[in-house]
Design a protein around this ligand. Structure first.
Ligand code: XIL
Length: 371
């Protein structure tokens, strides 16, 4: 991202806002002429972006949207160990390199996701089968070597790493039982962050998880994550920020914003000195009625309420969507609607037209305090 691009975008946004205020005419411009989301966000000191899966790189319309709207990308799957270490004894960096190359040539920053997704189902099969037989010493050596290779390969281009992803079990609030913890215990987390600090010294180191403001299980999840964050601090484990995935709308009750408890959770994280990121924002409409206008309106309203609250924290300075166009959302496979209609969880529809969700995101940035 060059300073020029940002400066001129920023002036453009200010000009548009000034024009809208002076004439009191609402902004209704075609998508391509609206100020880019990244520009509205940059005006407040926030990076805006999205994930990108390598398979989507065959779609030029999609890449246009990313180039226009985003200043940061994160590979959707290509930096995960089930891609990089799919086979023992060999690193497969090619899919990740394609995304890193696109980010670089488009002047976008790059986040890394993730060095240790500490859930057995997301580890390569061979690793899941063989890790348990290792001694603690060889287990540590394996993990450090993996992190060294990945961090060095992508180098300083990755300004922020989700070092560990989803290590708290939402049912118990405890660190998940995985092949890694069976060999190394809690130490696996210390080793991961210390290795990341050593081999990616320039990068922000993030703990990323999906605890949410929704009702039910989320309370145990949130309490477990807070205990983990405290433990990181107590043990001087180098973690800079909490990544809040922000997959909204998954508890079957999209209105169940537990505002007070959620704010208490975020306050505690911030009070321990963590910065904040929204790393995987989307709004599932799985449990909303089929009518598209009603769904889009509800999704936008939930997004606006959530983003307004989150953006009130000046510690939050990166917001990434988990995809920008509905048809490519992971939710189509992972959380299909009962009526089999496609979900509409992202800012653009399948004809690459911006939706009310995009407006809500832009409006939330526009009214956020500067950081
Ligand atoms: C998802 C991807 O979107 C899918 O393509 C893949 O099959 C599974 O992983 N939390 C995370 C992300 O941290 O890595 C997940 O991404 C979505 C939930």
């Amino acid at each position: 991202m060059t300073a020029d691009r940002h400066t001129s975008r920023r002036e453009f946004v200010r000009g548009l806002l000034a024009a809208a205020i002076s004439t009191s005419v609402p902004l209704r411009l075609p998508a391509a002429e609206q100020p880019a989301l990244e520009a509205v966000a940059a005006d407040k000191g926030i990076l805006f972006g999205s994930c990108l899966g390598a398979v989507r790189m065959a779609d030029p319309h999609y890449l246009d949207i990313l180039r226009r709207e985003c200043s940061v990308l994160v590979p959707e799957n290509e930096f995960k160990s089930y891609v990089i270490a799919a086979e023992p004894g060999r690193y497969n960096f090619a899919p990740g390199e394609r995304i890193a190359g696109f980010a670089k040539s488009s002047g976008m920053k790059l986040r890394g996701h993730t060095l240790l997704w500490n859930r057995p189902e997301f580890m390569p099969q061979w690793l899941r089968d063989s890790f348990g037989a290792l001694s603690a010493r060889s287990g540590e050596a394996y993990l450090r070597k993996y992190i060294r290779h990945v961090c060095r390969h992508f180098g300083a281009q990755v300004h922020s790493w989700d070092v560990v992803n989803e290590t708290i079990d939402p049912q118990t609030g405890q660190v998940r039982d995985t092949p890694f913890t069976r060999v190394l215990g809690f130490d696996v987390l210390r080793i991961a962050y210390e290795a990341a600090r050593e081999y990616a010294p320039h990068a922000q180191l993030v703990y990323n998880d999906y605890m949410s403001w929704e009702a039910g299980q989320a309370e145990t999840h949130r309490a477990g994550v807070l205990r983990l964050l405290e433990r990181f601090r107590r043990n001087r484990i180098p973690v800079d920020a909490l990544g809040i995935q922000s997959h909204l709308g998954n508890d079957g009750n999209i209105h169940a914003a537990q505002r007070r408890e959620w704010t208490a959770f975020v306050d505690e994280a911030v009070g321990m000195g963590y910065r904040l990121l929204i790393t995987e924002f989307d709004v599932s409409d799985r449990d909303l009625p089929a009518d598209i206008d009603a769904r889009d309106a509800e999704v936008a309203a939930v997004a606006r309420e959530y983003l307004d609250l989150m953006l009130s924290y000046r510690e939050l300075d990166q917001v990434l969507c988990w995809g920008m166009v509905d048809k490519y959302s992971w939710l189509q496979q992972f959380r299909p609607r009962a009526d089999n209609k496609p979900q509409r969880p992202n800012p653009y529809d399948d004809a690459y037209e911006p939706k009310r969700l995009r407006e809500a995101i832009a409006a939330a940035f526009a009214s956020a305090p500067r950081r």
